[in-house]
Ligand binder design. Structure first.
Ligand SMILES: [Fe+2]
Length: 396
């Protein structure tokens, strides 16, 4: 799962693998002989506070790599949300000639509280964030079925070599609805919920571990902050990075990523439906990078480690904080009524009442709908909106 760049880190990774309680897929290497990814003397030593959900290995892994794999964490009843995928999109699961797009981002029709969706992963999330009180009580507190589907293509199955990671043009962090500062927590964590197995070469997200340092430096140098559309401006340096991990997983797995960890979609060479969702964790307050007691959250420790600092007392945002309607929600929500219509038609074809379809989009005007809109930022002022599905992008 991780990339080895030198002998020292190889030993450390092997140690991690031996002692880790969780399943770690194959190692993928990118040659970079002169890079020392573990520049901090704190490498290997996440500050162990009173964690009960996280093991010491998991604490160390998150602090050192910026992400954590939680296998088999999603309750089965929510994995079945994906059963409706083909009806929603109008493709035939068994006829690939009907798969007209290579890449789709869909809206949500269902959502449940995060702790209900994947209890073990949520317990670890809470500890990574520094406690439940650190987490925003409303925003992004529910997880749902806004699937991101990568289908690949017949042409890609003919490609025998993986495209170079440094050539990907789309490294980014998820930050399309707020002014991004070094200490921002609008997206404190990017979460990947896995709804299909993701095998080798199967389009699992690439994570750029040594890109964190450059992201932090870019934001440190710009106290005025970045407004959407940021379009990965803070991640261009990832094309010069060397430590990459790719998500390979089983259906039901969860990956917890630091919100500033650069990542990008990967080519799906297998021409199957790779299905994930990609919600976030929003905190109630910005990170504190100058704690007098040194009692930093794991999220803060990741930033400090990436910067090689013990604290960053001098950083102050130079503009007020701001947030907007999520920019990418524009095109996703635009599909919702068409998806609902297909679901209702399918219900009718089965002899059921079309109103029996369970979808948030059947609840407009209700209290439940209003709460859904508020939780997901759809009551915020509109800044810029993206109204067309972005493509998979160039990858080689
Ligand atoms: Fe992303």
């Amino acid at each position: 799962m991780s990339t080895i760049v030198n002998e020292t880190s190889e030993v450390q990774l092997a140690t991690h693998l031996r002692h880790s309680s969780h399943r770690v897929p194959d190692v993928i290497a990118v040659p970079a002989p002169n890079v020392d990814p573990h520049h901090s003397p704190e490498f290997g030593k996440g500050k162990h506070q009173n964690y009960s959900a996280l093991t010491p290995d998991e604490v160390d892994h998150f602090v050192n790599h910026g992400w954590l794999h939680v296998p088999n964490a999603i309750k089965p009843e929510y994995l079945s949300w994906a059963d409706d995928l083909w009806t929603r999109i109008g493709y035939d699961e068994h006829d690939k000639s009907t798969w007209h797009s290579e890449y789709l981002h869909l809206p949500r029709h269902h959502e449940v509280p995060a702790e209900e969706f994947a209890p073990e992963a949520w317990a670890k999330t809470v500890e990574i964030c520094g406690g439940i009180d650190m987490i925003h009580p409303i925003r992004e507190r529910y997880y749902g079925d806004a699937f991101i589907v990568s289908f690949g293509s017949a042409d890609k199955t003919l490609e025998t070599e993986d495209a170079p990671l440094q050539k990907r043009s789309s490294y980014h962090s998820d930050c399309d609805w707020y002014r991004l500062f070094l200490d921002s927590t609008g997206n404190a964590m990017t979460v990947v919920h896995v709804f299909s197995d993701i095998p080798e070469r199967g389009g699992g997200t690439w994570l750029c571990e040594d890109g964190l340092k450059g992201v932090c430096q870019y934001l440190y140098d710009r106290p005025e902050g970045l407004d959407p559309p940021i379009d990965g401006a803070h991640c261009k340096h990832c094309n010069d990075c060397h430590i990459f991990s790719q998500i390979k997983a089983k259906k039901g797995d969860v990956f917890l990523l630091h919100g500033l960890l650069p990542h990008t979609a990967a080519a799906n060479y297998r021409h199957y439906a790779r299905i994930i969702t990609n919600p976030h964790v929003c905190l109630a307050a910005p990170h504190n990078l100058n704690r007098s007691d040194g009692n930093y959250t794991l999220l803060e420790q990741v930033i400090l480690r990436a910067m090689g600092r013990e604290s960053v007392p001098e950083f102050k945002p130079a503009r007020e904080r701001a947030h907007w309607y999520p920019r990418n929600a524009g095109f996703k929500r635009d599909y919702a009524e068409a998806e609902l219509k297909r679901l209702e038609e399918a219900a009718t074809a089965r002899g059921r009442d079309p109103k029996s379809v369970d979808s948030l989009y059947q609840k407009k005007g209700t209290k439940e709908w209003d709460e859904y809109e508020t939780r997901n930022g759809f009551r915020e002022p509109v800044g810029t909106l993206l109204m067309e599905q972005h493509t998979f992008g160039s990858y080689k």
